[in-house]
Design a protein around this ligand. Structure first.
Ligand SMILES: Cc1ncc(COP(=O)(O)O)c(C=O)c1O
Length: 385
């Protein structure tokens, strides 16, 4: 198994910074905001209450209930607290879901471009990755593409919407059709909703937890506090799945992390109960991301050789650089390399996402950094009219 290419890019940036180089890091998949103050206060409150001991592996009951009530209120979703299991971040939620379901030799459908960890998880489980090409539909997965990829060995589809790296969002009715096709074939769907709230109008934040029960029984939602609440370092996420799947995940977790940190669970539970404050904190962050996106995409399209469609969600611009390939650059990795060496701009090459010829720019950074990066790229690649 190879290390995560996105984390490798982040390390390059950190190492350069440590050498005193003025790096513009557009590789980060991490909010540049601080965790909202009221959530930090809840963590203090938990420590003062002495919540420093083990909790159940599925998480504190209060944590499970808070997720249930928050989803009911925000999305009209209806599921039981026992279908919720706490995990140490979205990544562990995904691992728990896949490892408790997959057997060696199972086929796992993974749309391209994919988040780097999806194939790594399937491979870890000795399952076989069946990649689905989505370029023809502007990187938005469709039910027809899923139907065409199902084999008798297919056990799982892993999707991510809003998507990292493309920023694309699958519309709710298409998502329902995708899960419907899977359910018809007895295929499960692991839906990574870690960017759930990062859908810019007219795109909608949609969770598969709100699907009708006959579809939802095939779904595991992997949720995360990392991006939504600017809490990447707190390491907390959760799964929402039918009770059998939930119990299998919890059993697995009893032998790994045991549970996410007790006072972090408490802080998150309180934040979910304080839904108005939480939704307003999230909205203020997402409106800033939207402002940056609205500036960045036209600016990138003004740089010679770069082409980028307007993303509907997450905080990434996925830029097509294939026009630049030829004599000067053989691959998009060469372009990423040049940006690093000549402009100290760190970006992530598309190859790690299964999309050679593309480069991912994160706009989870200041407008000032974005403006400096675009200026430098204009100088390097020369401006279009
Ligand atoms: C698509 C996607 N899923 C999951 C994660 C993992 O997030 P967490 O910090 O909650 O483990 C990330 C983080 O970059 C991500 O981009």
């Amino acid at each position: 198994m190879q290390g995560s290419s996105t984390l490798i890019a982040a390390k390059v940036a950190a190492d350069m910074r440590a050498e005193g180089i003025d790096v513009i890091d557009l590789s980060v998949g991490e909010p540049d905001f601080d965790t909202p103050e009221f959530i930090k206060q809840y963590a203090w409150e938990a420590l003062e209450k002495g919540l420093t001991k083990y909790t159940p592996s599925a998480g504190m009951r209060e944590f499970q209930e808070s997720i249930t009530s928050f989803y009911a209120r925000r999305f009209g979703a209806s599921f039981s607290p026992t279908e919720v299991a706490a995990a140490c971040g979205g990544k562990q939620a995904l691992f728990n879901a896949a490892c408790s379901l997959l057997d060696p030799g199972d086929d796992v459908m993974i749309p391209k471009p994919y988040w780097v960890t999806f194939p790594a998880i399937a491979t870890f489980c000795n399952a076989k990755c069946v990649f689905i090409e989505t370029e023809a539909t502007n990187f938005i997965l469709t039910a027809d593409q899923v139907a065409a990829a199902i084999t008798p060995q297919t056990k799982l589809l892993i999707i991510n919407s809003p998507n990292n790296p493309t920023g694309r969002v699958i519309p709710p009715d298409e998502m329902q059709r995708i899960v419907g096709i899977c359910a018809e074939h007895g295929v499960y769907v692991l839906t990574d909703e870690c960017y759930l709230f990062f859908a810019y109008p007219p795109a909608e934040a949609f969770t598969s937890a709100s699907l009708p029960p006959e579809l939802r029984q095939y779904v595991c939602v992997a949720g995360s506090f990392s991006k939504t609440y600017a809490m990447t370092g707190w390491r907390i996420g959760y799964t929402i799945a039918n009770e059998t799947w939930a119990q299998a995940m919890v059993k697995l977790q009893t032998h790994s992390a045991t549970h996410p940190t007790s006072f972090v669970q408490y802080a998150c539970a309180k934040a979910m109960q304080d839904a108005d404050a939480t939704i307003s904190a999230v909205n203020s962050m997402t409106s800033e991301y939207e402002r940056r996106k609205n500036w960045l995409i036209p600016a990138l399209n003004g740089v010679n050789g770069l082409k980028c469609a307007m993303p509907e969600g997450a905080f990434y611009a996925f830029v097509d650089v294939r026009e630049m390939l030829g004599d000067r650059f053989a691959t998009s990795a060469d372009i990423a390399d040049l940006l690093l060496r000549e402009a100290n701009i760190v970006v992530t090459d598309g190859a790690g996402f299964g999309a050679d010829g593309y480069i991912r720019f994160s706009y989870a950074t200041s407008m000032e950094n974005l403006e400096r990066a675009v200026d430098k790229m204009k100088a390097i690649f020369s401006v279009t009219a």
